[in-house]
Ligand binder design. Sequence first.
Ligand code: OGA
Ligand code: NI
Length: 342
Amino acid sequence: MADLLSNWSSTLEAVPPSHCIPEHERPSDPVEIGDSIPVIDLGKANGEERSVVVKDLLKAFEEYGFFQIINHGVPVDLMDEAMKVYKEFFSLPAEEKENYAKDAANNTNRGAATLYSSSAKHYDSEEHRYWRDVLEHSCNLDGEDKKTWPDNPPRYREVIGAYGDELRRVSKVILGMLSEGLGLETGFFDKELGQRMLVNHYPACPDPSLTLGVGGHCDPNLITIIQQEVYGLQILKDDKWIGVQPIRNAFVVNSGLPITVYSNGKLTSVAHRVVTNTTESRTSIGTFICPHEIVEPAKSLVGPENPPQFKPFHWGIDFMPHYLSKKSVYHASLEPFKTEAN
Ligand code: OGA
Ligand code: NI
């Protein structure tokens, strides 16, 4: 039973004890909503200024691990429609959502749509819960998984199918530039990569000081592309949380842990969290691009002067269970794969 927050939170006048997180994790200090997070204009990526954009993008990956992209070519109507579809989905009647709300821990079919509440797959064993519901499913190029996606709202598969195609294109543009900026082997990310929709719904919360939408974490995948319209996302920069101001029609991009390995330690993955608010719910549409099956430092970045800082590992078999099995605190899930050079 997924016990979805969106089914019952609107009647609450206080945060129930199950959702009050430990004091040290609570969002207590005032947080600046920064405009310092880089904004990259992808419209310039194919013109004379490409080399400048590539340099800026690499710098953004290096300094922040987070940036926003504008002029990415995804039609605004499609972005708006996708957001509408997800808002409608999360406001469906409880019985309807239960069709998708499987026990995530026992859902072995990783392609199929899964709806769950709180932080992760181990809902029943969690000591406390975060203030969110999540809809997750694969979004593969062959379209085979589409029949497992929700069919309510009735236009879900059509809209999200088109959205997934557009976001795949955008991810290739970003990864192409990243590869160029790092000086990786030509075509390093050209192989078809796994893609997943992970959509968070954070209902309005009676007391945002007691809980979080999701606690601080680094993403386990290669890059994440987020569409947001309501503020809530914060990143940990130089030991200080800063807020990411939503920009209309932009996407937020961030690097996941495998980027540190591919870049042999040159790039990092930045911890982030989501705060709630009392007045409105927040829906964020996440496109998660997965790494190659085997993750290892790029050959072009290692040599006698630069020994590999990580051992090769199988992302699905070695890394993911480790990432999911315990509360992986920020970068800790990379520890077992470090070499002596690191
Ligand atoms: C995530 C995440 C951020 C957001 O799902 O991993 O960090 O803005 N989401 O909802
Ligand atoms: Ni995340």
